[in-house]
Design a protein around this ligand. Structure first.
Ligand SMILES: Nc1ncnc2c1ncn2[C@@H]1O[C@H](COP(=O)(O)OP(=O)(O)O)[C@@H](O)[C@H]1O
Ligand SMILES: [Mg+2]
Length: 339
């Protein structure tokens, strides 16, 4: 494959159908080495299918995969020692302790020292509970033990399918710290989620997929600082006038072609300039009945998920929050901010 230098993982034109249902439709991913890569997409987008292809659990119908600089082919399971994965929810012996479970797993693969097992328990924050039976563990603790298990062979690449599912905010923070630590040790972490908010706190680089295709990929910071979008709603009969008014300010798009009731426009403008949109419209006697703003990434993900992909799930962009805070600007909040 060309153009894959410095990548820990690359897919090109990856395709996979289940019967007539297309799960991956020419997926191209470029995952740089040594980062936490957030693999984001709504439910049904093809994340788990991708993970299953990457771990050899299913075969792709077409396309290519490169893992750690080498082509990954059908039957290449031996190479999976370099890759740790948590794809299906981990199964442990419930009546054994966390430590004993790791020892059992280690016994079935390449030799792992007792010291390494303690290090892993420490890394995932389970030192204090290492002697407790797994049946008494919370979901988050089981997930963390699953990560420790995936790390037993000391892989350079870690694949985690929705590891934050079902975790509370504290659990997500603990997960983020674990993943960040791994990346700082030079490992590549490929982690999926259907929630933008989760990926936003964890990832350095983000890839967004929808319907089995990549829609956006790049460093999280870049994606978040890209031109913002201000959405404004005016009466259907004033849409053309509003476009004429706003066009000198920034590029304007009509969002609702079909639904004439709504009249949403999208103005490509920094989120902290939402007020100007309002002001300009009002100056021409057009009063907005709705105003929203967010980064391009947030808007995009909201469109893909129909509002299910944010932390609140309510389609509220402002105040969604980015890791360093304040990226969203100080735009007026939410729908219904009437002019
Ligand atoms: N074993 C399967 N048989 C049939 N269809 C499947 C199977 N697994 C996944 N799919 C379909 O493939 C698509 C992608 O699913 P999946 O990879 O699980 O998405 P995600 O993990 O992003 O939610 C969905 O339409 C899903 O219904
Ligand atoms: Mg899935």
């Amino acid at each position: 494959m060309s153009g894959t230098d410095g990548l820990a993982l690359a897919t090109r034109g990856l395709r996979k159908s289940y019967g007539s249902r297309r799960a991956l439709d020419g997926l191209d991913l470029s995952v740089p080495a040594g980062v936490v890569y957030g693999f984001l997409g709504p439910n049904g987008a093809g994340k788990t299918t991708t993970m299953r292809v990457l771990t050899g659990l299913v075969h792709a119908d077409g396309g290519s995969v490169e893992v750690l600089g080498q082509p990954f082919k059908r039957g290449d399971r031996r190479r999976l020692f370099e890759v740790g994965a948590l794809v299906e929810s981990p199964t442990f012996y419930p009546y054994l302790s966390a430590r004993a479970n790791l020892r059992e797993l280690a016994a079935s693969g390449a030799p792992v020292s007792a010291k390494r097992i303690e290090e892993l328990l420490d890394l995932v924050g389970l030192c204090d509970r290492a002697g407790d039976k797994v049946q008494d563990f919370s979901m988050g603790m089981k997930q963390r033990l699953g990560i420790a298990a995936a790390l037993l062979s000391d892989p350079k690449l870690l694949l985690l399918d929705e590891p934050a599912n079902g975790l509370d905010p504290a659990g997500i923070v603990a997960m983020r710290d674990t993943l960040r630590t791994l990346a700082s040790q030079g490992k590549t972490v490929f982690v999926s989620s259907h929630l933008l908010a989760e990926i936003q706190v964890m990832a350095d680089v983000v890839g967004i997929i929808a319907a089995g295709k990549l829609v956006r990929e790049g460093p999280l910071k870049e994606l978040l600082s890209m031109q913002g979008v201000v959405k404004v709603r005016v009466r259907p009969n004033l849409v053309d006038a509003a476009i004429a008014t706003l066009a000198p300010l920034a590029p304007v798009e009509r969002l609702t072609e079909t639904d004439r009731e709504e009249g949403w426009l999208s103005v490509h403008l920094a989120t902290d300039r939402a007020e100007e949109v309002n002001q300009k419209l009002a100056g021409d006697g057009i009063y907005a009945s709705g105003l929203e703003s967010g980064t391009d990434l947030e808007m995009l993900f909201l469109e893909l998920t129909g509002g299910q992909g944010t932390s609140s799930g309510e389609g509220e962009f402002v105040g969604l929050g980015s890791p360093n805070g304040g990226q969203n600007g100080g735009a007026p909040a939410g729908k219904g901010t009437a002019a």
